[in-house]
Write a protein that binds this ligand. Structure first.
Ligand SMILES: Nc1ncnc2c1ncn2[C@@H]1O[C@H](COP(=O)(O)OP(=O)(O)O)[C@@H](O)[C@H]1O
Ligand SMILES: [Mg+2]
Length: 339
């Protein structure tokens, strides 16, 4: 029999969990194609290496932007390639639990469901991303208790208060990992007259970035293009310089968390004051982000190991409800719709 799957088609990473096996795909959501011959060159890690290094005939791109499909054909080709690695082609199509970002439109959700169906999934079971993140972080979502989850990915940050298996209040904003990378690019350009690529900016953020002084010591070498001479150059920056560009997004996220707290009903707010909030998503790895959120909101900040895997873990847990009736009203079954 074909194993059931869980799929997290993220802006920056695609993750596929196979029932009874585990996480089998965890790779960048990138596809490289030969535009002349209309063939796929590679997907995932290999394609990521080609970003910003392509010619007029070879193109590498992220086909999902801000959690939303920006190029249907490319997403389909990418997902089909990943699915081929985890399914046995001879025995029919698998069913899958798929997370959708909270806050996307019905049209955007329809496109997501379509692309997943046309990539070879027989039944698409929808779970909301913040709910998946909460389950993956070990939170008991069905209890009558409010939990605040802050999932900071690449394209979006989703902030949600979960209680009784459903979402009470939520917000989705575009301030997340990608906007941090863009602010690093702007900072380096303004300060050093130097142009750097998105990959270089992301690597600088991961290796030397922080949002609190005293967290990352030393210097970090950045290579790019001199805007004055047009030549390649290298600059050794102080790691602490990255705090300024990175804090812009972090401060925006914190003000969104404060807005959500204002909208949260009092009983749930009381729970959150006791338990604190839980940080998930790849950007939860950013050094000092937990401390900064704690300082600015006064809330306890719970962190988990491998926060980037919470959503796929939560989707994987939901596989056991694939054949149950979906529940729109919350409860222990987190699947809300089936297509
Ligand atoms: N150690 C790290 N420090 C800071 N940011 C990180 C780190 N590791 C991953 N990220 C960022 O996390 C984001 C990816 O998180 P993920 O939850 O996988 O995103 P998505 O679900 O949107 O695809 C990227 O912007 C990436 O740069
Ligand atoms: Mg995500």
């Amino acid at each position: 029999m074909q194993s059931d799957l869980a799929i997290d088609l993220g802006t920056s990473n695609t993750r596929i969990f196979v029932e009874n096996k585990g996480l089998e795909v965890d790779e960048p959501s990138v596809i490289a194609v030969n535009t002349e011959e209309e063939t796929i060159i590679s997907v995932g890690k290999e394609a990521y290496q080609m970003l910003g290094r392509t010619s007029d005939k070879k193109l590498a791109a992220y086909p999902i932007t801000g959690g939303v499909i920006s190029d249907f054909a490319m997403v389909e080709a990418m997902l089909k390639t990943f699915l081929k690695r985890v399914t046995k082609s001879s025995i029919g199509m698998p069913k899958a639990v798929v997370c959708v970002p909270k806050g996307i439109t019905e049209v955007e959700k329809g496109a997501l469901v379509n692309v997943i169906s046309s990539s070879g999934i027989r039944k698409v079971c929808i779970i909301e991303e913040p709910v998946a993140a909460a389950i993956g972080a070990g939170i008991d979502i069905s209890s009558p208790h409010g939990s605040l989850i802050v999932n900071i990915g690449a394209g979006t940050t989703q902030i949600a208060v979960i209680s009784l298996g459903g979402i009470s209040v939520s917000k989705s904003v575009k301030n997340a990992g990608n906007s941090m990378d863009e602010d690093i690019i702007k900072y380096i350009k303004k300060t050093y007259n130097m142009l750097i690529g998105k990959r270089t900016a992301e690597q600088a953020k991961i290796k030397a970035g922080s949002v609190i002084s005293g967290t990352v010591p030393g210097t970090y070498a950045i290579k790019g293009k001199c805007l004055v001479k047009g030549m390649p150059i290298k600059v050794d920056i102080d790691a602490e310089e990255l705090i300024e560009p990175l804090k812009k997004t972090a401060d925006m996220i914190i003000s969104q968390i404060q807005d959500i707290l204002v909208e949260t009903p009092p009983e749930l707010l009381a729970d959150i004051y006791t338990d604190g909030l839980t940080l998930t998503g790849g950007t939860a790895n950013l050094k000092g982000i937990d401390k900064l959120i704690h300082e600015q909101t006064g809330l306890k900040v719970n962190t988990v190991s491998e926060p980037e895997k919470c959503v796929i873990k939560g989707c994987g847990e939901a596989i056991k409800y694939i054949d149950s009736k979906p529940s729109k009203k919350g409860g222990i079954n987190p699947i809300i719709e089936k297509y």
